[in-house]
Write a protein that binds this ligand. Structure first.
Ligand SMILES: NC(=O)C1=CN([C@@H]2O[C@H](COP(=O)(O)OP(=O)(O)OC[C@H]3O[C@@H](n4cnc5c(N)ncnc54)[C@H](OP(=O)(O)O)[C@@H]3O)[C@@H](O)[C@H]2O)C=CC1
Ligand SMILES: O=C(O)CCC(=O)C(=O)O
Length: 259
């Protein structure tokens, strides 16, 4: 998505990435973004948000410490109150990160449903966010989606890119963001059925292929069905929904489940 929107000039390298949540999805989103060269500027939980105050951001080591906390069902407040960490981050009780994280390039809602409101969508745009990709299921409210889509139509090549999560139409691997988890479940099922064992590197490589195909499918379907205005990015919301619908309809037809 970043490469396509920037004509191949940009990647995650050097991007400031705001993430909500600190569970499974948020932790692995953070580790992957760090691996790709990004700086993580926030994580959160149901009690509040941890905001990085230096250029290093939330490191892989800290994500590991948070993972240990979460296994013990502890809150980020433990970290925020510890003598070792309390001066390294800003902890904001009861807040989600979107209005608190300062300049941001990429936002990855990864906690729970309806976790980006219309106001927060505006705040993300004002803070410079160009890419929003949902890890959580139905992370953005309809008001937020409408704001991102309006921005896409009005700002054309300068617009924000919003990639919806995968299951808004219960599709498998047909949509632009979030499909990674269910795709890896598919890879696990394939290994089990064929009595195969792939290394994590092999799984990651296969996953990359699936995610690229998934993005290309949403993008090409958007171009095919919804003619964008002059200079406008195609709508990944429309493309992904239509591609998802087509995939499910084709599977039903193949199974004779059609009336
Ligand atoms: N993309 C994918 O492949 C997958 C997506 N998902 C979806 O992603 C989301 C997160 O899943 P996962 O990481 O597995 O879940 P976890 O339970 O591991 O983590 C959820 C995180 O979100 C926080 N949270 C939960 N409810 C709220 C709330 N109301 N307000 C603020 N923070 C909240 C939790 O805080 P606390 O620690 O305080 O409880 C926790 O940090 C869900 O929507 C899930 O359905 C899940 C699996 C795969
Ligand atoms: O584990 C999976 O198959 C995907 C899970 C998922 O995306 C979810 O629980 O929302």
């Amino acid at each position: 998505m970043i490469q396509y929107a920037s004509g191949g000039k940009e990647s995650f390298e050097g991007k400031r990435v705001a993430i909500s949540g600190s569970g499974n999805v948020a932790q692995y989103a953070a580790l992957k973004a760090i691996e790709l060269g990004a700086t993580i500027i926030s994580l959160s939980d149901s009690k509040g948000s941890l905001i990085a105050t230096d250029d290093k951001g939330i490191t892989a080591e800290l994500v590991g410490i948070i993972a240990d906390l979460k296994v013990k069902r502890k809150q980020l407040t433990e970290l925020a109150n510890s003598s070792e960490y309390k001066n390294k981050f800003k902890y904001i009780e009861g807040a989600r990160p979107w209005k608190e994280c300062g300049k941001v390039d990429v936002a990855l809602p990864s906690a729970t449903q309806n976790e980006v409101s219309g106001d927060e969508a505006e705040a993300l745009i004002d803070a410079g966010a160009k890419f929003i990709a949902e890890g959580s299921n139905m992370g953005c409210t309809q008001e937020a989606i409408d704001i991102f889509e309006k921005h896409r139509r009005e700002k054309k090549g300068e617009a924000i890119w919003y990639a919806p999560e995968a299951k808004r139409t219960s599709s498998f691997a047909g949509k632009a963001a979030n499909a990674g988890g269910v795709a890896v479940s598919g890879l696990e099922m394939a290994q089990n059925s064929a009595r195969l064992t792939w290394t994590s590197e092999e799984v990651d490589e296969k996953l990359k292929g699936i995610m690229k195909a998934c993005f290309a499918n949403g993008l090409e379907t958007a171009k095919e069905y919804v003619t964008p205005g002059e200079g406008e990015f195609p709508s990944l919301v429309a493309g992904s929904n239509i591609a998802g619908f087509k995939k499910v309809a084709a599977a039903m037809l193949d199974q004779g489940d059609w009336w």
